[in-house]
Write a protein that binds this ligand. Structure first.
Ligand SMILES: [Zn+2]
Length: 274
């Protein structure tokens, strides 16, 4: 499809971090410093909990953000749902899924003041039935933990594969390629992770994340967006229709940036759909 990102940009960068731990404070401050946008996926049932986590052989601080901190800490970023208690949701009945997802969304909306339409699968686990259940609960996109190793756009927003994890060696390579390349089509670098993993001491993970942000930041050819902003834009752009007389129809509320040959058009959004 010949759409481009807002402002006729061809490159976009987004981040996604799970579980709502205290290391998000340092991460959010790093993202702010470099102008990055990100989505934070929280478990409302564990807000304020404290403890440690054994993760891939590392003992890590696993204290969660308190409910009263959510609004200020994530201001300017997107808050999304990661379920109330982080279970494997596959095979659960509608009632249980509603309790885990709709309740999480409601609590997080109250705490953050944001409208929540995004989700990250706990443990990355999902199936076709769960995708359908989420749609019925008003979720527009859901992130998996399967890497594409590329900067391609997602085929399915309810099984959204990120480019790679932040500790993956490919993260920096993909970022370098993205900033250096001249591209004709839309490219999206989508990095995900857990901020508690940045405390692992196998290498300077915080330093490398900062290096990644420094490389990507401050560029006027990159759209810095949350997962939700990209989802809404892709929904709008992919729904553009051409009527029999060749007129392009944008029924969404967002302006869509369109390029055909050497022609560039902004298809304005509608206040109330078509
Ligand atoms: Zn998680």
């Amino acid at each position: 499809m010949p759409f481009l990102f807002p402002g006729f940009l061809k490159k976009a960068v987004t981040f996604s971090y799970d579980d709502g731990v205290r290391q998000d404070i340092r991460l959010a401050s790093c993202f702010r410093r470099y102008g990055m946008k990100a989505t934070f996926n929280l478990n409302s049932g564990y807000l304020g909990a404290t403890g440690r986590l054994m993760h891939e052989g590392y003992s890590l601080c696993f204290d969660r953000i308190r409910p009263d901190e959510v609004k200020t800490l994530y201001q300017g970023f997107e808050v999304a749902s990661h379920s109330v208690t982080h279970p494997d949701l596959r095979g659960m009945g509608n009632k249980r899924v509603r309790e885990e997802v709709a309740v999480d969304v409601k609590v997080l909306e109250q705490l953050s003041g944001q409208t929540i339409t995004g989700f990250a699968y706990p443990g990355g686990l999902y199936d076709a039935k769960l995708m359908l259940q989420l749609t019925r609960l008003g979720i527009h996109y859901a992130r998996t933990i399967q890497s594409t190793g590329s900067c391609s756009l997602p085929d399915r927003l309810l099984a959204w594969y990120p480019s790679c994890h932040d500790a993956d060696n490919r993260a920096l390579e993909l970022a370098q390629r993205l900033v250096g390349e001249k591209t004709e089509e839309c490219r999206l670098l989508f990095i995900w992770g857990h901020s508690f993993e940045l405390d692992k001491d196998d290498f300077d993970r915080w330093g490398r994340l900062e290096q990644l942000c420094a490389l990507l930041g401050g560029r006027d050819d990159i759209w810095y967006a949350t997962n939700g902003e990209i989802c809404r834009y892709l929904e709008a752009a992919r729904a553009i229709k051409r009527d029999p007389s060749g007129y392009l129809l944008n029924c969404s509320m967002l302006p869509v940036y369109w390029e055909e040959g050497d022609k560039r058009l902004v298809l304005p959004g509608k206040k109330s759909g078509c």
